[in-house]
Write a protein that binds this ligand. Structure first.
Ligand code: 13P
Length: 345
């Protein structure tokens, strides 16, 4: 008898990372935890149960033509194990379209003891065996999010450094497991701070993060950096134009992000879909960036589709059209080719 066991090819992680950030595609973050999807479903009065979550994700992933604009999807633990109505696993469904499956592997945040208003992300214990499982389910990249809040006397250096340490340990374990880590420190836009404060905090986060990644011997050429744009807090009275956000963001990266990093992707972080698209477009009009500057939006890609669907199966096609339209506009923004008039076309 022939031994037909086929060795899986060892993935070149730099190659996978580069394939996640091609010129006209980006990543759909669909990795809302049970608590986060509750908030999203509450906004359109959908009951948060397993089947509703499954059918909503099936709607997103089975959108015809999604692969034209989307290179990868980030799943939540429950979702990576779910199937479409034909019995096909979600990772399989997406892989067949050429979309790479990824997985959120952190276990969410808890209060940081002794530091009121600050949080630390958990999930390192047992991570190595969970990574093996996710890899066997088809994941090729992973995500870990750290949340940094801005407020009166926060963030503390302890919060930044503890979260960076966890991000670095996560990244090292992912690379060891043959998975590309998407390292996500999110400086929150919640609050009334101005853009100078957002820049100062994001700078300190980036500086600390790359120090920790280096200490943990993480290969910078095999990660994706997922981060916030540099912008004023949501309640700041002095808001700024997309051009200012773009310049502040790219100039900051040039100071603190090593050139070997194969790509930087943005979260939308509470911006509206249109704002996130406009700002990404302005960022990509700056032509001398050493990195591909792409997207990994959750809300900015999904909000319109979720609203149209609202849990009614009859709205599925219209909701898919809304997702496809936003994905196309964001893809154009990724190339610096978006114009606001396109919103009404
Ligand atoms: P938002 O784009 O909604 O901020 O979500 C992106 C994400 O994955 C946050 O971890």
């Amino acid at each position: 008898m022939l031994n037909l066991e086929i060795e899986m090819p060892v993935q070149d992680l730099n190659n996978v990372a580069r394939l996640l950030v091609p010129p006209s595609k980006g990543i759909l973050a669909a990795d809302e935890s049970l608590g986060t999807i509750q908030k999203r479903f509450d906004s359109v009065s959908i009951e948060n149960n397993k089947e509703n979550r499954r059918s909503y994700r099936e709607l997103l992933f089975s959108t015809p033509g999604l692969e034209e604009y989307i290179s990868g999807v980030i799943f939540f633990d429950e979702t990576i194990k779910q199937k479409d109505s034909n019995g096909k696993s979600f990772p399989q469904l997406l892989s067949e379209k050429g979309i790479m499956p990824g997985i959120k592997v952190d276990m969410g945040k808890i209060d940081l003891p002794n530091f009121p208003g600050e949080v630390i992300t958990e999930g390192l214990d047992g991570l190595s065996s969970r990574l093996k499982e996710y890899s066997s389910l088809g994941a090729v990249f992973t995500k870990w999010r750290a949340e940094i809040n801005i407020g009166d006397k926060i963030p503390s250096l302890n919060c930044i450094s503890t979260n960076s340490e966890a991000l670095a340990r996560f990244a090292a374990l992912s690379q060891e497991a043959g998975l590309v880590p998407m390292v996500e420190p999110e400086t929150m836009m919640k609050g009334n701070h101005d853009i100078d404060r957002a820049r100062e905090v994001t700078a300190s986060v980036l500086q600390n993060l790359f120090l920790k990644l280096k200490e943990h011997a993480v290969d910078f050429s095999k990660i994706i950096l997922k981060i916030n744009m540099v912008l004023p807090g949501k309640d700041c009275p002095s808001q700024v134009t997309p051009d200012v956000i773009a310049t502040e963001t790219v100039e900051l990266f040039k100071k603190f992000v090593p050139k070997e990093v194969p790509g930087i992707v943005f979260l939308s972080g509470g911006q509206t879909s249109v704002q996130a698209t406009e700002n990404l477009n302005a960022i990509n009009q700056i032509k001398d960036s050493p990195w591909p500057l792409s997207f990994s939006f959750g809300r900015a890609l999904q909000d319109e589709a979720l609203k149209v669907w609202a849990g009614n199966p009859n709205n599925k096609e219209l909701a898919q059209k809304a997702l496809l339209k936003r994905s196309k506009l964001v893809s154009l923004a990724r190339q610096g080719k978006y114009r606001k008039e396109m919103e009404n076309e």
